[in-house]
Design a protein around this ligand. Structure first.
Ligand code: DAK
Length: 259
C-alpha cells in the first residue's frame, strides 16, 4: 500500500509508526489524509507482529487542524447532508491496539482532537495544544468539547474552547492532557521506548487494558468496574497470564506469545 499524505514504517519489527506528511500546510488534516491514516492504522492493527502504534508529525507541527481552505466554502446543507468527514475521523476509535501520539509543535483544532483520540500523548517541550475553532466562527467538531474536559476539567476546557488560546507542554502535562514531556530531540526515543515496552507485554492484556480504561469514559462507575472485572477474569484463560506469573515466580523475564 502506498500513501501520499502520510509515511509509515515499523520499528523493531513490532511498532507501527505513522508520520503525517503535509508540511506545506502544517499537516492540516483533510479527507484524503484521514483516509490514509485510517487505512494505515487498520493495517497495523490487523498485523499480529505489531503491538503498538505511534502517530507523529514534524518538529514544527503535529497537525494545525482540519484544512481551513478546504472547509471554507461549504454550506450547512453540504456538511450536514454529507456528514462532513465523520466517516474517516471515527476510524481511529476502532483501533484495538494501543496508539501513542508523539506531539511536537502545534496540535490545534482537529490536530489536538486527533492527539486526544490516541490512547496517550507524549509531548515535546515545544508542543502547543489548542482548540482555536472559535476564531473561525465554528466550534470543535471531532470531539474537542467532549475529550478536552474529560482530560483537563471544565475550567481549562472552557477557557480553551471559548478564548482559543494555546496551552504549552508544561501546562498540558500539569492539566493531565499529556502523560510525559520530554526535550524535542528525545521525543521519538521516548515514544518508541514506551511503544516497545507495551509491545513486549501480552497483546491480549494491553488490548484489554485499553478497552477497560476507555470504558471509564462511558457509562457509570459500577458498570465500568464490572466490565474491568470480567476482562480481568477472562485473562486467566490466556497462556500469557500463566507465562507472566510463572516468570515472576521463577525470577525470569516473561516471554509472551500473545495467546
Ligand atoms: N488549514 C490549512 N492551512 C493551514 C492550516 C490549516 N488548519 N494551518 C496552517 N496552514 C497553512 C498556512 O495557511 C500557511 O500556508 P501558506 O501561506 O504558506 O500557503 C502554512 O500552513 C504555514 O502557516 P503560517 O504561515 O500561518 O505559520 P505560523 O507559524 O505563522 O503559524 C499557526 C502557525 C499554526 C499558529 C497558524 O498557521 C494557525 O493559526 N493555523 C490555523 C490553526 C487553526 O485554526 N486550526 C483549527 C482549524 S479548524 C471534524 C473534524 C475536524 C475538525 C472539524 C470537524 N469532523 C469529524 C466533523 C477540525 C476543525 C479544525 O481543525
Amino acid at each position: 500500500m502506498s500513501y501520499e499524505l502520510i509515511t509509515i514504517r515499523t520499528e523493531a519489527d513490532k511498532v507501527g509508526i505513522v508520520t503525517l506528511n503535509r508540511p506545506k500546510q502544517l499537516y492540516a488534516l483533510n479527507d484524503a489524509l484521514m483516509d490514509e491514516l485510517g487505512q494505515a492504522l487498520k493495517a497495523f492493527d490487523a498485523d499480529p507482529a505489531i503491538g503498538c502504534m505511534v502517530i507523529t508529525g514534524s518538529e514544527k507541527a503535529f497537525a494545525a487542524g482540519a484544512d481551513i481552505g478546504a472547509m471554507a466554502g461549504y454550506s450547512f446543507a453540504e456538511v450536514y447532508r454529507g456528514d462532513y468527514i465523520t466517516r474517516n475521523w471515527e476510524q481511529i476509535r476502532s483501533i484495538r491496539k494501543p496508539v501513542i501520539a508523539a506531539v511536537s509543535g502545534f496540535a490545534l483544532g482537529g490536530g489536538c482532537e486527533l492527539a486526544m483520540m490516541c490512547d496517550f500523548i507524549i509531548a515535546a517541550d515545544n508542543a502547543r495544544f489548542g482548540q482555536p475553532e472559535i476564531k473561525l466562527g465554528i466550534i470543535p467538531g471531532a470531539g474537542g468539547t467532549q475529550r478536552l474536559p474529560r482530560a483537563v476539567g471544565k475550567a481549562k476546557a472552557m477557557d480553551m474552547a471559548l478564548t482559543g488560546r494555546m496551552m504549552d507542554a508544561t501546562e498540558a502535562e500539569r492539566a493531565g492532557l499529556v502523560s510525559r514531556v520530554v526535550a524535542l530531540d528525545k521525543l521519538m526515543d521516548e515514544a518508541l521506548g514506551a511503544a516497545i515496552q507495551i509491545c513486549d507485554y501480552s497483546q491480549l492484556a494491553t488490548m484489554a487494558a485499553k478497552e477497560s480504561v476507555n470504558r471509564a469514559f462511558e457509562g457509570s462507575l459500577s458498570d465500568g468496574v464490572m466490565f474491568e472485572r470480567r476482562l480481568f477474569h477472562a485473562l486467566f484463560a490466556t497462556a500469557d497470564q500463566k507465562e507472566g506469573m510463572d516468570a515472576f515466580v521463577a525470577k525470569r523475564k516473561a516471554n509472551f506469545k500473545h495467546a
